[in-house]
Design a binder for this molecule. Sequence first.
Ligand code: PLP
Ligand code: COI
Length: 340
Amino acid sequence: MTITEQVKHAIEQPFGKVLADKMALTSYTNGSWSEPIVQPLQPLSLSPGAHVFHYASACFEGLKAHRFDDGSIHIFRLDAHLARLQQSAQLLCLPLPDESVCRAMIVDLVRQCREWVPQHPGTLYIRPTLIGTEPSIGSAATPSKDALFYVLVSPVGSYFKGGIKPLRLSIETTHWRTSPEFGLAKAGGNYAAALKMIQDAKNNLHVDQVLFAPGNDVQETGAANFMLLNDRQLITKPLDTTFLHGVTRDSILTIARELGYEVREEAIPLDRLLAWVPNGEAVLTGTAAVLASVGTLIHKGEEIKVGNGEMGPNAARLRSALVNIQNGTAPDHNGWLTAI
Ligand code: PLP
Ligand code: COI
């Protein structure tokens, strides 16, 4: 298959299944990083005793490169994703190359994989990954001395199986997605901690995702942030350590302010959510999810429709405003795109 054929095939596969044929990589040993390289995509060779396999010293980022109609390629909010990667690395006590090195590795790889960037609405999902590689199975309470930082890219279509069909979410009020101090790390362990709850909800309630609201504080879903909308307002939880500080969240808040919405970063107690949804809208935001409408909530076995269960006008408006900046059909006033 040609690369163009592989890309066409990839965007029809589940999100992230197909990787491009190159990866960028650098390793940390004896206190320094090796010269970064771009190499053919290939398996890693690691000790089975590597820190990451036992103590989950792993974090990552998820960002996207977009192809404009003129063929040029642009990475969305590279700086914000690099800053969050640094925060995750610090929380996991992992070394990370200088920001300029991480940036150059990402840009270089996307440049070398430009043929893998699909036409809009497809995008190239970029996955920088940092793992602790020290072979030391006793190091439960010691950071990994060695590390590997690598970048993968994957041509993707829609994250959710139903495309932009409104989502069905169950509300989890008892359990946390992760620990209250660690939510702001984009760490593999956070996804591991939530997986069984999400899987059980999928199996038992046929939902797309779980909305975590421990102690009735509405936080986020397993892979995206959460917001309430109506014609006038956007409401979302203020930043704290309990949940991931989404770059899409920040972008949508900025766009909403520019469009004249009153943006309120304030707690969403469950009661408020339940009172809002009969006449309002609810959405998820994330790099993979973009902006996706919630159509149905399941709470204590009861199905609750959000509005009429379809994507509302405010969700559609904010989604298009974001996507138009990303694909170059609206101006990038905020300097969010990096041309490569
Ligand atoms: N929350 C979680 C748990 C996520 O996995 C994601 C996706 O990355 C987000 C929120 C949204 O973050 P971002 O908009 O930076 O992709
Ligand atoms: C993202 O939006 O980048 C995510 O993290 C979702 C995911 C595939 C884990």
